[in-house]
Design a protein around this ligand. Structure first.
Ligand code: ADP
Ligand code: ZN
Ligand code: MG
Length: 486
C-alpha cells in the first residue's frame, strides 16, 4: 500500500501535496560525539567545552562508541540496512561552528533504506539515517521590531554558546512519501515514540533534541513532482502541520499566477503563521565534502547487529497491535494508541488477562491514571476496580475517582471505595428514587414516553441530585426504559 493510494490532500485547482521530512535527533549519550565533554542541555553557556569540540588546532577526535551503538539501534528500529560508513567533513562558515566544518557522513552513511509505518498503515520510506555532530547555538539580541526580534538582521549583538558543538546527532531523511500534513505529523509522533522506546533520544522538540525540517512541493496528478522548498524553524508538531499547509497554498498561488516555485530554504514564523525566504538553494551549495582524515571508516560487525536486533524493545506499532488484539479490536483505535503512547499498555494487557473488561480498562488508562503513578497500580487492583464497575458496585464517575487515587496511594480499590463512602446503591432503593423523579418531572416523562429520548435528561438529573451523584447513570436509564415499555 502506498501513501498515494490511501489519502492525499486536495489543494485548490487540483494540485497535490508532496512532503519529505529531514529530522535531526540528539542522541542520548553521556558525552559528545568526539570528546569527553558532557552531552547536557541547559548548563551555563560555554561550560561543556574542550579543545576538540572548540576545534582548536592540533586536537584530535575520538569516536564515541555509545553514539555509534545508538545510531545503529535507531537504524535497525527503522528497518534500515546498517552499512560500512565513512565520516566526511562538510565545509561551511557559520559563527556557531568554530571548526568551519561539520563532521558528518556523506555518500557512505551508517543506515540506509528503511521505513516507518504510520499508525494508519501508510509506509514512509527512509532514505538514510546518518551520524553527524551538532553545531553551537547563536542568540541574537535586540532587534527593532517584533518580526526581526531574535533574528540576525537588526540585532544589536549576538551571543554564541558552544555547549552544543559536537553533540551527537542522527539525521533521518525520509523519502518524499507524505501526501498530507496529517501524515507528516503522525510520522513525527511515531518517530518520537520509537526514539523514546529505544532509549536513543529523549526527543524533545521544545528543547531542540528533535528538530524537523519539511520539504514541501505541489504538483498536478500524473505529472512529475514540483520544485520543493525546505522549511526550517518548526518548533512543534502542530506548527509542522500549519507550516506545510501554508507553504503548499503559497506555491499553488505562485503557480496559478504563472510564476514558478524557486528552490529555497524558508523560515517558519509561528507568530505570523507564514514562511519567508532565508536563502535561495538554486545554486547547489558547495560543501567541498572530503573524508575526515582523523577518523577511520566504521565497519559494523554482523554479530553486533544481531545483538542490537535481539535487544530492541517492542516498538509502538507492535505494542499497539498486541493491545488491539487483546482488547478485541481488528485495528488499533484511538484508545489503544493513547494507552500505548502513555506507556500503560503492559498494565492494560495484564488487567485484561486477569479478566477485566477491555473497554473500561482502556478508558481508565486513557484518562484517569497518571502514567507517573503506574507503578502504584498492580494489574490485579485495576482488574478488581473494573470488576466493581462492571458489577454495578461503583458508577463510572466513582470508578474514575478511585483509579486516580489508586495511582496516588497504591491502595486497593475496595479500601478506597469504602473510605469515600462509595457504597453500592441498592437497586430497590434506586427504583424508589427513580419513581419520585418521574412524579416530580411529569412533563419530561410525557415527552420521554412519546419517544423524545433526550427528555430523560431532566429525570436522570433529578435522580443524580437526589443521590448526590452516587447513582449509576446507565442503570437509571435502564430503569426508565423498563418503566416506559411496561
Ligand atoms: P538535498 O541534498 O538538497 O538535501 P535530498 O535529495 O537529500 O536533497 O532531499 C532532501 C529531502 O527532500 C528528503 O527528505 C526528500 O524526501 C525531500 N524531497 C525530495 N524531493 C522532493 C519533492 N519534490 N517534494 C517534497 N520533498 C522532496
Ligand atoms: Zn569537548
Ligand atoms: Mg539533504
Amino acid at each position: 500500500m502506498t501513501a498515494t493510494e490511501t489519502s492525499f490532500t486536495e489543494l485548490p485547482h487540483g494540485y497535490r501535496l508532496v512532503v519529505g521530512l529531514e529530522v535531526h535527533v540528539e542522541l542520548h549519550t553521556a558525552t559528545k560525539l568526539f570528546c569527553g565533554c558532557p552531552n547536557q542541555f541547559g548548563d551555563d553557556p560555554n561550560t561543556n567545552v574542550c579543545p576538540v569540540c572548540l576545534g582548536l588546532p592540533g586536537s584530535m577526535p575520538v569516536l564515541n562508541a555509545q553514539a555509534m551503538e545508538l545510531a545503529m539501534r535507531l537504524g535497525r528500529a527503522l528497518h534500515c540496512e546498517v552499512r560500512p560508513s565513512v565520516f566526511a567533513r562538510k565545509n561551511y562558515f557559520y559563527p556557531d561552528m568554530p571548526k568551519d566544518y561539520q563532521v558528518s557522513q556523506y555518500d557512505q552513511p551508517t543506515n540506509v533504506d528503511g521505513h516507518l509505518d504510520l499508525p494508519d498503515g501508510t509506509r514512509i520510506g527512509i532514505e538514510r539515517a546518518h551520524i553527524e555532530e551538532d553545531t553551537g547555538k547563536s542568540t541574537h539580541v535586540g532587534g527593532a521590531n517584533s518580526s526581526s526580534k531574535g533574528r540576525i538582521h537588526d540585532a544589536a549583538y549576538s551571543l554564541v554558546d558552544y555547549n552544543r558543538c559536537g553533540v551527537p546527532l542522527v539525521e533521518i531523511v525520509s523519502r518524499p512519501d507524505f501526501r498530507t500534513a496529517e501524515q507528516a505529523k503522525a510520522y513525527v509522533n511515531e518517530l518520537r515514540a520509537i526514539l523514546v522506546a529505544t532509549g536513543v533520544s529523549d526527543a524533545k522538540m521544545e528543547e531542540g533534541s528533535l528538530r524537523v525540517d519539511a520539504n514541501v512541493s505541489v504538483h498536478q496528478p500524473d505529472t512529475p513532482f514540483g520544485t520543493r522548498c525546505e522549511i526550517k524553524n518548526i518548533n512543534s508538531v502542530r506548527s509542522l502541520g500549519r507550516a506545510i499547509e501554508y507553504e503548499a497554498l503559497r506555491q499553488v498561488d505562485l503557480l496559478e499566477a504563472g510564476e514558478r516555485v524557486i528552490q529555497q530554504t524558508r523560515h517558519w514564523n509561528e507568530d505570523e503563521g507564514r514562511t519567508h525566504m532565508l536563502r535561495s538553494k538554486e545554486e547547489a551549495e558547495d560543501y567541498r565534502y572530503f573524508p575526515e582524515p582523523d577518523l577511520v571508516p566504521m565497519v559494523p560487525d554482523p554479530a553486533r547487529i544481531e545483538a542490537i536486533d535481539a535487544a530492541l524493545p517492542r516498538l509502538p506499532a507492535e505494542r499497539r497491535a498486541a493491545l488491539a488484539e487483546a482488547a478485541g479490536r481488528t485495528l488499533p483505535d484511538e484508545s489503544v494508541t493513547i494507552v500505548v503512547d502513555r506507556g500503560l499498555d503492559e498494565l492494560a494487557l495484564d488487567a485484561v488477562a486477569a479478566g477485566a473488561d477491555a473497554d473500561r480498562t482502556l478508558t481508565h488508562l486513557q484518562h484517569d491514571l497518571d502514567p507517573g503513578h503506574a507503578a502504584n497500580v498492580p494489574a490485579a487492583h485495576l482488574a478488581q476496580l473494573v470488576e466493581l464497575e462492571t458489577s454495578g458496585a461503583l458508577t463510572a464517575s466513582q470508578a474514575k475517582q478511585v483509579v486516580a487515587e489508586m495511582g496516588e496511594t497504591g491502595k486497593a480499590p475496595e479500601a478506597i471505595a469504602a473510605e469515600r463512602g462509595f457504597e453500592a446503591m441498592d437497586t430497590s432503593e434506586l427504583e424508589g428514587i427513580v419513581d419520585e423523579a418521574i412524579a416530580a418531572n411529569g412533563g419530561a416523562w410525557e415527552k420521554y414516553c412519546a419517544g423524545e429520548q433526550k427528555a430523560q435528561g431532566a429525570i436522570v438529573g433529578h435522580v443524580m441530585k437526589a443521590t448526590r451523584g452516587q447513582a449509576d447513570g446507565k442503570l437509571v436509564s435502564q430503569l426508565l426504559e423498563q418503566r416506559r415499555s411496561a
